[in-house]
Design a protein around this ligand. Structure first.
Ligand SMILES: Nc1ncnc2c1ncn2[C@@H]1O[C@H](COP(=O)(O)OP(=O)(O)OP(=O)(O)O)[C@@H](O)[C@H]1O
Length: 473
């Protein structure tokens, strides 16, 4: 191996060890133990992986990270290229005893270019032209149980637009990553298949442009613009509720693109069945294809997100503070981010690391914290929200009357109080006009069993729960 090869091999080792410091240990071992240095040539480093699946994942999640670290270390523009080789070859490369302190010999395995030859500047311009946010990429998205399905579906679409899962709808509450995934699809396609025409718009932008085109008598231009794309990404389609003409226009755009097998992905803040004032024919189009949801992240995922965001911003913070944020900010990722931003800004302004007590004090006044802790969600609020939904008063829900129209809302409110908050059944019973805790337990079991047998009833409960936990109250 030439001297130049050896240098790049060392750069690769340093790159891997730097990345190791930024990733959770298990994630690093899962992916980076499956990558091996193969060769280098003229500002190009070739890495080997053992299967197409590993190749796809490594490219989607880590290619930019590897390349940026390499560029930082070498001070050169480096192209990272991957080759798929046999597992035994990888093991052989990674065996230091067989190849002491040497990079492996070159291989004849076929080369898979990690990135097409379009300059970074041009790629960035293309992304801007189609309204994409270039910082939303798959590798900056932290995958948890709450988002794995939506993430994998989005990645599959990005790899094969128009082929699998067309159309696709990603739905979920505020700040859970819908826009991030939608942009990741567009960015991935432009990175890897720049010849495809991608268009990202929010439903609001679509509506405004449509109205403007009517005013300026340029509706044909509007139609052409949206019907000539290969990939149409529309964010926040709940905005279209009650906007009949825009719905009509989107319906025709949809049919046009669908017939020509063009990819469409939409996002919405709720399942389609919960949208109001959307024509049946349009909602049936949205429901066609794949519908995937994003749920609030669990504690482990919240910690992983915080750590990743911290590294991205080059900040540092004690584990105790991160744990405090992850424990208390339970609703969505945007709230997690804003808590972190607040603490980082404070620490930067003062030029010193923030103490745990100071962090607590600062976060204590964040509305997101106050509003989002389920313990602070009062039973009265739950009763009020359920009452509004079923058109009965809080007074009636708490009262003694046993009309059919009151029993079910009462039981639903008890179910939600038990499910969402930390209050004991005795405390809940007291809030419901001094009822016994066994009444609360019975209500919980009853609603749970109704949900199992009736999908539309279950959807209503899920919606109420989401509205309450997402702060729509
Ligand atoms: N799993 C995740 N990993 C990393 N960052 C995430 C994740 N989910 C969300 N985020 C970040 O949280 C912020 C809010 O996400 P995003 O805007 O995609 O949410 P949304 O679901 O579209 O919300 P809204 O309905 O309010 O538009 C963004 O900065 C995004 O990058």
């Amino acid at each position: 191996m030439s001297e130049a090869q050896n240098i790049y091999y060392e750069f690769w080792q340093e790159t891997a060890s730097r990345i190791k410091e930024t990733l959770p240990e298990q994630e690093y071992h899962t992916w980076f133990n499956r990558i091996a240095y193969l060769k280098s040539d003229n500002h190009k480093v070739v890495l080997a992986v053992a299967s197409q699946f590993i190749l796809d994942t490594v490219i989607a999640r880590y290619r930019d990270m590897i390349r940026n670290t390499m560029i930082e270390l070498t001070g050169e523009e480096i192209d990272i290229v991957f080759e798929v080789v046999s597992r035994s070859k990888i093991e052989q490369i990674q065996q230091p005893s067989k190849e002491p302190k040497e990079a492996p010999k070159e291989t004849t395995a076929f080369a898979l270019q990690a990135k097409p030859q379009v300059s970074e500047e041009k790629t960035l311009k293309m992304k801007k032209d189609c309204n994409l946010n270039p910082s939303y990429e798959f590798h900056t998205f932290v995958i948890g149980d709450n988002s794995a399905f939506a993430y994998n579906a989005s990645l599959a679409i990005a790899k094969n637009p128009g082929v699998s899962y067309n159309p696709c709808l990603i739905y979920g509450g505020v700040g859970l990553g819908k826009t991030h995934l939608l942009n990741s699809i567009g960015n991935y396609i432009i990175n890897n298949t720049p010849e495809l025409k991608v268009m990202y718009v929010t439903a609001e932008m679509f509506t405004n442009e449509f109205i403007e085109s009517i005013g300026s008598q340029r509706t044909q231009q509007f139609k052409n613009k949206f019907r000539k794309v290969d990939v149409l990404l529309i964010d926040d389609i709940h905005f279209l509720q009650g906007k009949d003409s825009t719905q009509e226009e989107l319906f025709h755009t949809f049919n046009n693109l669908y017939e020509s097998k063009k990819q469409m992905v939409f996002t919405c803040d709720r399942p389609i069945s919960e949208l109001k004032n959307i024509t049946d024919r349009l909602s049936s189009r949205f429901e066609r294809g794949l519908n995937v949801d994003l749920q609030p992240p669990n504690y482990e995922t919240r910690m992983a997100i915080l750590k990743k965001k911290l590294v991205e911003r080059g900040g540092s913070m004690s584990e105790e503070i991160l744990n405090y944020i992850a424990t208390n900010v339970c609703t969505n990722v945007r709230d997690l981010e804003s808590s972190l931003t607040k603490l980082i800004a404070y620490s930067e302004l003062l030029g010193q690391e923030i103490s745990f007590d100071k962090a607590k004090e600062l976060l204590g006044i964040l509305p997101s914290l106050a509003a989002n802790s389920n313990q602070t969600l009062s039973i009265d609020t739950i009763i009020k929200v359920v009452g509004e939904y079923f058109n009965v008063s809080s007074f009636e829900i708490k009262g003694k009357k046993k009309n059919k129209s009151l029993i079910q809302p009462r039981q639903i409110a008890m179910f939600l109080a038990r499910d969402i908050t930390e209050y004991s059944t005795t405390e809940i019973g007291t809030e419901f006009g001094g009822r016994d805790h066994t009444t609360v337990m019975h209500a919980h079991d009853r609603i749970e069993s109704l949900m199992k047998g009736d999908e539309s009833f279950a959807n209503t409960i899920v919606k109420l729960k989401r509205d309450l936990t997402n702060g729509k109250r």
